[in-house]
Ligand binder design. Structure first.
Ligand code: SAM
Length: 326
């Protein structure tokens, strides 16, 4: 078995045990309040969805809107999926992906029992997401990518499933400096979300190289790593200060179809209210006027008008566009 596959098997075993209720969470405290979740949020999710396994609170910074489609990488028992489900509402959709069958089973049972209709939990690896191209508005993740032996591929997959203009908002463990060798080689430290963490600058550059733009650290603090290395509890070790919990935001380049349609619609409304159309003439019956802001704007708006009609399925002989088309 190759090194990466072996690590993934060990991660699956560890998180399988946690899903069955054995063992404790990987952060220094299992209390999600310390990560930024409010009491109201925590009491709104099904009991057992919060196993205290996060290292941040990506939803606090994701600005989800009603109707959006959200994908959660490494959804665990489902805490962020259930919160996101309330934020996107009945017209939206949330898909959690996790490679540990016990986690997916637990999350699906909670969804069934509590009547969540807009949440779907899928068994799969985040390096090969079981999700269509350009189908999500937002990809979130909480304390998972550090566990992946192939982080570049994870970011590539996140980009693939996002629509143009879609957002990536991930909380994760990263390092301000390299770890001592004995920590890097410790399996406990790997499973505890520390030894697999990338240097912060490498993490950000992997996101950018995957094709994202506007890569930003939205929040950062010390993770307070607490792991056992060689049978010894290591906190407060000097190296632990350099283990950080960050939330990073980025965007898939391009304009989201809905934002584009709204922008183009705005231009047409402006033309109709103060442009040539308002005076009973078609847009090309008058010479362009600088005062009216014609010229390129006018031409763009008319091009855009066709786009809007097409987007609504009213263009020349065009049927409605599938929602996931970029
Ligand atoms: C630290 S837990 C975080 C769970 C959840 N995000 C939360 O905040 O409660 C990590 C989760 O990621 C999953 N995981 C780790 N590596 C994965 C991979 N390569 N593909 C899919 N899931 C993975 C594990 O099964 C586990 O449920």
């Amino acid at each position: 078995m190759r090194g990466g596959e072996r690590l993934k098997r060990l991660v699956r075993e560890r998180y399988g045990r946690l899903a069955r209720g054995a063992g404790s969470c990987c952060a220094p405290t299992c209390d999600s309040r310390s990560l930024g979740y409010t009491d109201e949020e925590l009491s709104s999710v099904p009991e057992g969805a919060d196993l205290g396994l996060g290292c941040g609170s990506p939803l606090a910074l994701a600005a989800l809107k009603p109707g959006e489609t959200v994908v959660d990488l490494g959804s665990g028992a489902g805490i962020d999926c259930f919160l996101a489900a309330r934020m996107v509402g009945a017209r939206g959709r949330v898909i959690g992906v996790d490679m540990t069958p016990e986690m997916v089973g637990r999350a699906r049972a909670s969804a069934r029992e509590h009547g969540y209709r807009n949440v779907d939990f899928r068994l799969g690896a985040i390096e090969e997401l079981p999700i269509e191209d350009r189908s999500a508005d937002v990809v979130i993740s909480n304390c998972v990518i550090n566990l992946s032996p192939d982080k570049r591929r994870v970011f590539g997959e996140a980009l693939r499933v996002l629509r143009p203009g879609g957002r990536l908002v991930v909380s994760d463990v990263v390092l301000a400096r390299g770890l001592p060798q004995r920590v890097r080689e410790s399996l406990d430290a790997y499973l505890g979300c520390v030894a697999g963490a990338a240097l912060k600058r490498d993490y950000l550059s992997m996101i950018q190289s995957a094709g994202f733009e506007r890569v930003r650290v939205l929040s950062e603090r010390s993770y307070g790593a607490c792991v056992t290395v060689g049978g010894e509890e290591t906190t407060p070790a000097r190296w632990a200060r350099h283990v950080l919990s960050v939330t990073v935001g980025a965007r898939r380049p391009g304009e989201a179809p809905r934002a584009r349609a709204a922008r183009l619609k705005g231009k047409i409304i402006r033309l109709q209210s103060d442009g040539p159309l308002a005076r009973g003439k078609s847009w090309d019956e008058r010479p362009p006027s600088r005062e009216r802001g014609d010229g390129p704007v006018l031409r763009g708006a008319v091009e855009g008008g066709r786009e809007v009609l097409r987007a609504r399925g009213q263009g020349e002989g065009q049927g409605p566009r599938p929602r996931d088309e970029g």
